[in-house]
Structures are given as structure tokens and as C-alpha cells.
Design a protein around this ligand. Sequence first.
Ligand code: PMV
Length: 323
Amino acid sequence: MGKIAEGCAPGKVILFGEHAVVYGQPAVAASLSLTLRVRIQEAESGVCVDIPGWLPAPLMLSEHPSEALAIALNALLNAFGLNSSMPLLVEVEGDLPLGAGLGSSASLAVAFTRALAQFKGVSLPDAELLRIAGEAERAFHGHPSGLDHTTIVRQTCIRFQQGTAPQEIHVSQKLPLVIGWARREPGGSRRVISELRARMSRYPELYEPLFKAMGQISDDGAQTLVKGDWERLGTLFDLAHGYLAALGVSNLDNERMISIARRAGALGAKLTGAGAGGAVIAVVREEQAPEIAQSLREAGYGALVSSIASHSLSVSDQKSASF
Ligand code: PMV
């Protein structure tokens, strides 16, 4: 049997500061207990990638070189002196919902980088892992802030700001959350990020004050997480979502999920990640969490009950994680 190597990485949720973080503001994000696993083994022909639920059929990288996924994975292969004509089978599995705004592209990049390092027998310090996985994130997102893959590599709850060292946030008591998600249109993340960039370059005087206010909410949110005041955190989620909607990155699915969660009793709710569908998060009272998740599922969305305790997010009802 040929050589086999494996790598694993979690997903993430952004609690505060998505989009504003691209323009230098602080953000807060936590890793999830849901993961992706990448397995590489020697095969007959060029690199073939199998991601059930993401790709309709296994993808031969050399046959579709201009696909964002192929560009991203090729960048990772090249970092290890490999290329798309190498005889390798890459299989991806896991319980992290794909393409929903929960960090699956960064998780795939980190897990694939870890698998490649094991395949080549090299040990990677975190700084090198971040640098290499960041190259793949550029293919997926254009100009990523680094927030997604830093949270995923750190595997904890962090305050992140470009140009400064990430700070771990010690969440003082269990924070109950409900996460809901819709399928995001393909390429939706990249589209909303680049359209916002175009609006920002045209009218910086209109957007800069919004980004600054979002950065202040991130820092207030980080302190509120430390204090454990979940009513205030809910209000901060609602405020943060108002700014994201003002930036034009929300869509009908995000707004519906948020309104369902609020009507079912959430203390506050916001979109998480780039927007354009994808995921939302709601701060909830623990006893109401299952009912709020159920309301989202009844409306046709994916939903799970989760919590942040001792820094990273755990998921308590994975059995109903998909829709
Ligand atoms: O699409 P996601 O969930 O990976 O979120 C991207 C987060 C942004 O702030 C919108 C972009 C970035 O590079 O930080």
C-alpha cells in the first residue's frame, strides 16, 4: 500500500468585526469543535480531489486549473515542491458544513497543509502553517485579513487585528449560542468582499466611520465575553448586525434566520462571516437554545446548538447539524 498522510482542522465563527477587519479594525472569532479531515494517499494518476457535499464529482486538479479550489490547492502543493500531475488521491470528510460561512475554506487549507507536511515528513511551526495556508486563502477570498486561518490554527477564541499579535480571550462562563446556516451562493464570499471594496474605494468617507464603530463593538464584545454579561453581548450582536446590513453584505436568508432567532427569544443575533447567505449566530438563554435551533430547521435552514466554554466552541447536538 502507498504512503498515506492525514491532517485535521476545525471550523470557526466570527463573533465580531468581519469585513471591518479587512480594513484594519479588530475582530473576535472562536474555533468550532466541528472539523474537516484531509487524507492524502499515493494513487495512479494526477492529483484527484474528492470532497463529497462540496464537489459534484472527484476533481482532477490539472483538468480544471482555473477553479478557485484548484488554484488554492495547487498553491499548497507547490509550497511542498509538489504539483497537480503528482499521482495523489486527496479525500476530504468531516462534520463541518461546507460553503456556509463557518470557515470551511480556511479549515480545508489548514488541514491540507498539515496532511502535506506529514506526507513530506516535515514538521511545521504555526507561523509557517499560517503563511502557507494564507496562500490558499488568497485564492478563495482575494485579500484575506488572516482572521479565519489564524483562529483555526490557534484553536481558541481570539481578538485579531492585522499587524498586531492575536490575543486569546478568556471567556469567563459558558456562552450558549445557536448557529444557523443557509447554502451560500457559489463564490458569494469573494463577491461581497470585492463589491464592498469597490464601494469603499469610491466613498471612503462614508465607510470609514462604520468600520471604526464596528472595531469599537469588537473591543467592547471582547470585554463583555470576559465579564460574562450575555444580555449586553446580545445587544452588541444586534448592533454589529446593523452595521453589517448597512455595509450591504447581508441577504434575505441572513435576515430571515436572524428574525426567526430573535422572535424565538434570542438575546441578539447577527450574520457571521462574509454574508451573502452563509451563517448567523444568536446569543441565547441555555434553556431556549433547542427551541430556537428547531425554529430555524423548520424554516429549512441548518442549525445547531453550540457554546463557548474554556475558549473554543463546542457543539452539543451534532446529530441535527445538517439540513
Ligand atoms: O467567508 P468567511 O466566513 O470565511 O468570512 C470572511 C471574513 C471577512 O472578514 C469577510 C474577510 C476576511 O478576510 O477577514
